[in-house]
Ligand binder design. Structure first.
Ligand code: GTP
Ligand code: MG
Length: 553
């Protein structure tokens, strides 16, 4: 669940400084560092997964003596990294430098004696620290890392203190993006889940996908997971005598039926044996069957899917676009935040535009700039090497993995200009006739009469926004137009630290979202008729390119 609906209170902020001798200095954000070193998406994911396998999650007293705690754990081996956070109680994530430490730690950990109930004797890496006697406060308190985003009013205040819209959008990304610790915790939760699923399928891996890894994740977003069973198929075929063995297997009516049956069993296991996993729901009839649950110690809402390799490839594609130019992430974070505030997107499934669709729309818009800021998906395929070849269920999902092969054109547009033009572009887009196609980087004739048609990047006969109805699309277009207009108003461009300006002015409840305009500066003084006239005038944008004209082109 999005934290706009499901709030963990923001905790004490501050950078944590390690004190125990066994602890190395905190390192630079792994993803940023790996991207700088030009590691591929897969290499970054593997590194994080391996780190998670060497980590434990420990519930501990909030006034914990950090030095004592670390000294105690260091008996089992060197600690590479650790941090504390709060989620209905204090927790520590501790990453050891070797997996042997986990085995040693488990050796000295007990199954608790439970009064009036009985314990499921499952030895997981989610532990509780028992501290004898009461905790003294005569030691420095550990710093707790924040795992949830600030409120919209806090964001708005922060943005109003900036000096330009460009600075505002950069600040927004830095405020909302997943922190290094939050990403580690996400990978650790996947790894804890893997230990449960591994009881049935020892070769399985649970991998995060979606906004946890696509570089557009915001603090508080859900953890999308894939139960990856591909390792099971990878056996070495020894040639020689001509004899070979096969496993006898149960068969299901279809891939989908097998996926449903695997997920229903894993779902049951998570429900009955998974410590900290609550509210497990099997949603197996969905287009993409899934098990949804809350992981209480982390506060994450989790969606576990299986047989969903295309979604992982889509995450890689978005990650790649996000790495190519910093403006991509700033614009995506801004548009996602703007859409959420105005209820264009929602945490509840329905006829709304999804964050995934919005991100593809930003990519498409950036492919349309002159010169383009982002290359087409076809171009990314052309640049791919032999090892990048990837075909999933008959769909060619090949994209280049080496970012250094991609050359970009010189485009120096400011973020302010791009934001303004994004709203103008979609405020005038001929949605009635055209579809959005990032593979070609050009709008195409819509093959169906659905309100919004965004071609699925890899399964090219599908529309990723099929769920969107005409009303939701109209609300989106009306808000784009209104925001384009607001960005043209002088009073919104004048810096002011006591009322929202620039991007923050776009986060005030709007007419189009039906929430009224009483909080707006100055605008409230204008009669509605003149506001609408101004709005219409602003849409006759440069070159007289109006909706009708574009639609008839
Ligand atoms: P959040 O809203 O922050 O969770 O963004 P997200 O990108 O994680 O979106 P979501 O959790 O809804 O979906 C997870 C991933 O599933 C996306 O990143 C896509 O890769 C994929 N996905 C979501 N919706 C669709 C869809 O309609 N079609 C296809 N092909 N993939 C989708
Ligand atoms: Mg998600």
């Amino acid at each position: 669940l999005d934290r706009f609906c499901f709030g963990l209170e923001p905790q004490t902020q501050g950078r944590f400084t390690s004190t125990a001798s066994a602890v190395k200095a905190q390192t630079e954000n792994t993803t940023a560092k790996a991207a700088k070193e030009s590691k591929t998406f897969q290499a970054i994911q593997e590194e994080r997964r391996e780190q998670a396998e060497r980590s434990v999650l420990i519930s501990c007293p909030s006034k914990i003596n950090e030095n004592k705690f670390l000294d105690y754990l260091s008996k089992h081996g060197t600690i590479n990294n650790h941090f504390f956070y709060n989620s209905y109680g204090a927790y520590a994530v501790v990453e050891f430098s070797s997996r042997e430490s986990i085995a040693s730690l488990k050796e000295s950990t007990n199954i608790p004696a439970v009064e009036h109930e009985a314990a499921v004797p499952f030895k997981s890496r989610l532990l509780s620290l028992k501290w004898p006697g009461s905790q003294s406060s005569n030691h420095p308190m550990p710093k707790f890392k924040v795992q949830s985003p600030p409120s919209i009013s806090e964001i708005s205040q922060l943005l109003s203190e900036k000096n330009s819209i460009d600075e505002q959008l950069q600040c927004l990304t830095e405020t909302l993006e997943l922190t290094e610790e939050n990403v580690s915790l996400r990978f650790l939760v996947c790894s804890l889940l893997r230990d449960i699923a591994g009881a049935y399928f020892p070769e399985c891996i649970i991998r995060p996908f979606g906004s946890t890894v696509n570089s557009f994740g915001k603090l508080g977003c859900d953890v999308d997971m894939i139960l990856d069973l591909d390792g099971i198929y990878a056996t070495s075929q020894k040639k020689g005598s001509g004899l070979s063995l096969e496993y006898q297997v149960k068969r299901g009516a279809s891939e989908r039926a097998v996926t449903q049956s695997i997920l229903s069993v894993i779902g049951k296991c998570v429900d009955q044996f998974g410590p900290g996993c609550v509210g497990v729901q099997n949603i197996l009839q969905a287009r993409c069957p899934l098990v949804r649950f809350s992981h209480q110690p982390s506060g994450f809402q989790c969606d576990l899917t299986a047989n969903n390799r295309v979604a992982m490839k889509s995450s890689e594609l978005l990650f790649l676009y996000g790495q190519l130019d910093p403006r991509v992430r700033h614009l995506v974070f801004s548009v996602r935040c703007w859409a959420r505030v105005h209820s264009i997107t929602s945490s509840i499934p329905g006829a709304w535009i999804t964050n995934f669709s919005l991100t593809v729309m930003v990519v498409f818009f950036l492919q349309q700039r002159g010169p383009p800021i982002l290359p087409t998906l076809d171009r990314l395929k052309e640049l791919a090497g032999p090892s990048d070849k990837c075909v999933i269920e008959g769909n060619d999902c090949t994209i280049v993995s080496d970012l250094s092969k991609i050359t970009l054109q010189q485009n120096t547009d400011t973020l302010e200009k791009l934001l303004q033009e994004f709203f103008e572009f979609y405020g005038n887009f001929p949605f009635n006739k055209a579809s959005i196609n990032i593979r070609k980087g050009k709008e195409q004739t819509k093959p169906e009469t659905t309100a919004l048609y965004i071609q699925n990047p890899f399964e090219t006969t599908l529309n990723i926004s099929k769920n969107v109805n005409a009303t939701q699309l109209e609300r989106f277009v009306a808000l784009c137009r209104e925001s384009a207009w607001l960005l043209q108003q002088k009073e919104n461009l004048n810096q002011s630290s006591d009322s929202p300006w620039g991007f923050a002015a776009l986060l005030v409840p709007s007419v189009s979202s039906g929430a009224g305009v009483k909080n707006r500066r100055k605008r409230k003084l204008e009669p509605a008729s003149s506001r609408i006239k101004n709005l219409l005038d602003s849409l006759k944008i440069k070159g007289g390119e109006t909706v009708a004209k574009k639609g008839s082109a």
